[in-house]
Write a new protein. Structure first.
Length: 427
């Protein structure tokens, strides 16, 4: 999508990374992605996500200035050192989960998480890079016919489901974890389509079969991330961190391990029993006296129920008596024939006349959205009931600001909007 240079910020005398994109090599969709990346980076603040400093255009070249991150890509680390030991793998996964929590919390999905987009810094911490195809949750794009991402790390739902959410990034994280622990990704093949088929239909080889030294809990966490069904994966990145720490989701870090909690509960119960005995002693009554009082009080409270139960068999049902003649039920008032309650005036339905509404845009191909729902692309002709109420449609196309068309369907009518390029405003 661009070329990244190392540059120098002359004002602050610091190194920066400059991603450049020549306008003649990019259409409106690519330019939209470029600007989306800059805006996405600007709205997320986290030490694990590279920040953006500026975006602009110079002599036909669009550019983005970002923080320069020292280090090696995880791809290079794996090529030189894989497989990694479980402790190091667990640390890297928690670093990436922290960055993903910030992205997902901002309503963003990375969609191209892979070792080449993760930088391992001199402090051995990971920074997430390259949000070139980042997507807001619920966002509609024109790239619906193309699967974006890297086949070896793509979630199965990215092939046929355009409503991709944060769990797709968690699947990619599972692939990366599998590769860190075994030295190879779970799926590979001679062509991208062969890899994508395996991602969608084949189960990975059990991790501990490839790497028996991996602890069972860590292997189970990775295999859950690799579930084909996204509902079977972890709900979010924070739940992944909890599983890596061996604690329940939502439990504070540093809590006692599960195997130590029964001892704590038992100690609390013993303390409670001691407190009860102390109170009983202070009241001048022995524990046995208290037990006797409790034992004798229980039958007393149950006595009424027992008496009723024993008396039930001896009760003789009263004979059925005829209704007394002296107290007949009151007569039912007759409904006046002149005003039946169910009567209603007969109404004749007025036929609804449909009129044609044609919506066009410049440029064409804009998505038409009615009441928050896409209904087609311009030029578009639809039928709507004739009436005096105005209808408003939003027109959306990558690389252009949203347009609006308002029409009143009193008779066959047309609406047109000229969409303004978002990049005309970039200095």
């Amino acid at each position: 999508m661009g070329v990244v240079y190392r540059g120098t910020d002359l004002t602050l005398s610091r190194p920066v990374a400059i991603k450049a994109l020549r306008a003649q090599d990019a259409d409106a969709t690519v330019l939209s992605r470029f600007l989306r990346e800059a805006r996405s980076l600007a709205r997320v603040e986290h030490p694990g996500v590279v920040p953006v400093y500026a975006v602009g255009r110079e002599e036909g070249v669009y550019y983005m200035v970002m923080k320069f991150v020292e280090g090696r890509t995880l791809q290079r680390v794996l090529k030189q050192e894989a497989p990694l030991d479980p402790d190091r793998t667990r640390k890297y996964l928690k670093d990436v989960c922290g960055a993903l929590s910030a992205l997902h919390g901002g309503g963003l999905v990375h969609r191209d998480l892979k070792p080449g987009n993760l930088i391992v810094g001199p402090d051995d911490r990971i920074t997430v890079m390259d949000l070139g195809i980042v997507k807001a949750v619920g966002e509609h794009t024109q790239t619906t016919s193309t699967a974006l991402g890297t086949p070896k790390y793509m979630a199965p739902e990215m092939l046929n489901d355009h409503n991709v959410d944060a769990r797709a990034d968690l699947y990619s994280l599972g692939v990366i974890a599998y590769e860190m622990l075994t030295g190879d990704p779970p799926f590979d093949g001679p062509t991208p389509m062969a890899i994508l088929y395996k991602q969608a239909h084949e189960a990975p080889e059990p991790l501990r079969k490839r790497a028996p030294q991996v602890p069972r809990a860590l292997a189970a966490t990775v295999e859950r991330l690799l579930s084909k069904d996204r509902d079977a994966r972890f709900p979010d990145a924070e739940a992944v961190v909890a599983a890596l720490d061996g604690r329940a989701p939502g439990e504070a870090p540093g809590a006692l391990p599960p195997w130590r909690r029964p001892a704590l509960i038992g100690g609390g119960a013993a303390l409670l029993v001691g407190l009860v005995l102390f109170l009983v002693t202070r009241s001048g009554r022995s524990p046995s006296d208290s037990a006797s009082v409790a034992a004798t009080a229980a039958p007393a409270t149950a006595a009424p129920a027992t008496t009723a139960a024993t008396a039930a068999p001896t009760a003789t049902p009263p004979p059925t008596a005829a209704p007394p003649e002296t107290a007949p039920p009151p007569p039912t008032a007759a409904v006046p024939e002149t005003a039946p309650p169910s009567a209603a005036p007969t109404q004749v339905a007025t036929p609804v006349r449909l009129v044609a509404v044609t919506i066009t845009s410049d440029p064409a191909g804009a998505q038409v959205i009615e009441n928050g729902r896409p209904i087609g692309r311009t030029p578009l002709t639809i039928k709507r009931p004739q009436g005096q109420r105005a209808l408003t449609y939003v027109l959306r196309r990558d690389g252009f600001a949203d347009g609006r068309v308002t029409v009143t369907p009193t008779n066959d009518t047309r609406g047109h909007a000229r969409l303004e390029s978002m990049f005309e405003l970039v200095p």
